[in-house]
Design a protein around this ligand. Structure first.
Ligand code: TK8
Length: 340
C-alpha cells in the first residue's frame, strides 16, 4: 500500500515535471471531443457525409480533434440540438435550415416554394453572397454556420391515394417540418398539415397518426418510408438545404488553427455530400419503385396550378425575411440564371 502510494507520487511528480515545460500545449494532451448530432440514419447521405467530415477533422488535426458522430436523432430532434449548441452542451450538428427559423428568421428564405430550379442554382445561391449573408445572422444567436449541404428537392408520399391534382390533397393528414412556411404552403394546397419533428415521423406514418409526408427521394429511401407509404408523387415543390452548425460558445474556445480545420472539413464534406446526394437521388426513384411504391409525376398543368397557389406564400416569406434580402435574392437568382 505504502509502496503503491510512493509509486503513485513518483508517477505524478514525473508527469508534472514532463508537463510543466509543455503547459502551453495542454490542449494537445487531451483531444478535443466534438459531439456531432444529426437526424437521419448512419446509412444515409447525411450519415455518410458526417463520416467524411469526421475523418477529415481527425486527419487534419493529427488525431487531436475527435468527432463522435451521433445519428438517428439520438441527441434529440433538430430544435433540441440547436438549443444544446447555443447552451454549449453539444459542439456540432447538421440539420434542416427549416427548423432554424425560430432562431434566425432569415432562414425562411430557403423555404420559398420553387425558389430554385436545379442543384446548380441552389449551390450558387447558397454559397454566394445571399447564402453567406443569411449564415452571418447566426453568431448573434449563439451559433456558427460552416456550410450548406443538400437535403434536396422535396416530394410527396402518402398512404391513401396517388396525388395527381391539387384536390387529391384534400383531407390528407400531412406531416410537415416545424416551420410556418411549410405549414402555410400545405394548408394552402388543401392538405391537413401537421408539424412534427422528423424523429417522430416514421412511427407517425406507421401508426396512421399522419397519412403522408414530403422529403427528398434519398430520405424516403434511407428512412424506409416505402415500408409505410404506398404513393409517391414527384412534385419537387421546394429545395431544402441542410446546414452544418457549431456551438458559438465552444467555437470561441478554439484556436484559429482548430477553427480552420473545421471550416476546411466542412467544405470538403459539403462537396462530397452534394455529389453523393445527387448520385443517389438519380437512382432512388427506380429503387423506390422496386420496393413497391406507386410513383406518379404531376402533369405540367397541375404543376403550374400548384406553383400558382404557392406563389401566394412568397409575400409572407418576403415580409418575414425582409424586403431587402428578398429583392437581393431575386436579383442574385437572375444573375445566376443569365451567367450560365
Ligand atoms: C433530419 C431532418 C430532415 C428534414 C425533415 O433531421 O425534417 O423532413 O427533411 O432532413 O432535417
Amino acid at each position: 500500500m505504502n509502496l503503491n502510494r510512493r509509486h503513485l507520487a513518483a508517477a505524478v511528480a514525473l508527469t508534472l515535471a514532463a508537463a510543466t515545460p509543455l503547459a502551453g500545449f495542454a490542449a494537445d494532451i487531451k483531444p478535443r471531443l466534438i459531439r456531432f448530432g444529426y437526424g437521419l440514419n448512419e446509412q444515409s447521405n447525411q450519415g455518410r457525409a458526417v463520416k467524411v467530415f469526421a475523418d477529415a477533422v481527425e486527419k487534419a488535426s493529427g488525431g487531436k480533434m475527435k468527432v463522435r458522430a451521433i445519428g438517428a436523432a439520438a441527441l434529440g430532434p433538430d430544435t433540441q440540438m440547436q438549443q444544446a449548441l447555443i447552451g454549449g452542451a453539444q459542439e456540432m450538428m447538421v440539420g434542416s435550415t427549416a427548423t432554424l427559423v425560430g432562431i434566425t428568421k432569415e432562414m425562411a428564405l430557403w423555404d420559398t416554394p420553387f425558389l430554385v430550379n436545379n442543384g446548380k442554382e441552389a449551390d450558387a445561391l447558397l454559397d454566394g453572397p445571399v447564402g453567406q449573408k443569411v449564415m452571418a445572422k447566426l453568431p448573434e444567436k449563439g451559433l456558427v454556420g460552416l456550410a450548406y449541404w443538400e437535403n434536396g428537392f422535396r416530394n410527396l408520399t402518402n398512404s391513401k391515394h396517388p396525388v395527381n391534382k391539387l384536390e387529391d390533397l384534400n383531407g390528407i393528414k400531412l406531416r410537415v417540418m416545424q416551420n410556418n412556411v411549410f405549414l402555410d404552403s400545405f394548408k394552402t394546397l388543401g392538405a391537413n398539415a401537421v408539424p412534427l419533428p422528423f424523429s417522430e415521423l416514421f412511427s407517425a406514418l406507421e401508426t396512421g397518426t399522419v397519412d403522408g409526408q414530403e422529403n427528398p427521394f434519398n430520405t424516403i429511401l434511407s428512412s424506409k418510408f416505402y415500408e409505410v407509404q404506398k404513393y409517391l408523387s414527384v412534385t419537387n415543390h421546394v429545395y431544402s438545404p441542410w446546414i452544418v452548425l457549431v456551438s458559438k460558445k465552444w467555437w470561441d474556445t478554439l484556436s484559429k488553427d482548430e477553427q480552420k480545420i473545421l471550416m476546411d472539413a466542412a467544405a470538403a464534406s459539403r462537396d462530397y455530400e452534394r455529389k453523393d446526394t445527387r448520385d443517389e437521388a438519380g437512382k432512388a426513384l427506380a429503387e423506390l419503385k422496386a420496393k413497391g411504391m406507386q410513383i406518379n409525376e404531376l402533369s405540367p398543368a397541375e404543376t403550374a396550378r400548384m406553383r400558382d397557389k404557392l406563389t401566394r406564400i412568397n409575400a409572407g416569406v418576403a415580409a418575414n425575411v425582409g424586403m431587402d434580402l428578398w429583392n437581393e435574392t431575386q436579383a442574385e437568382l437572375a444573375r445566376i440564371r443569365t451567367s450560365k
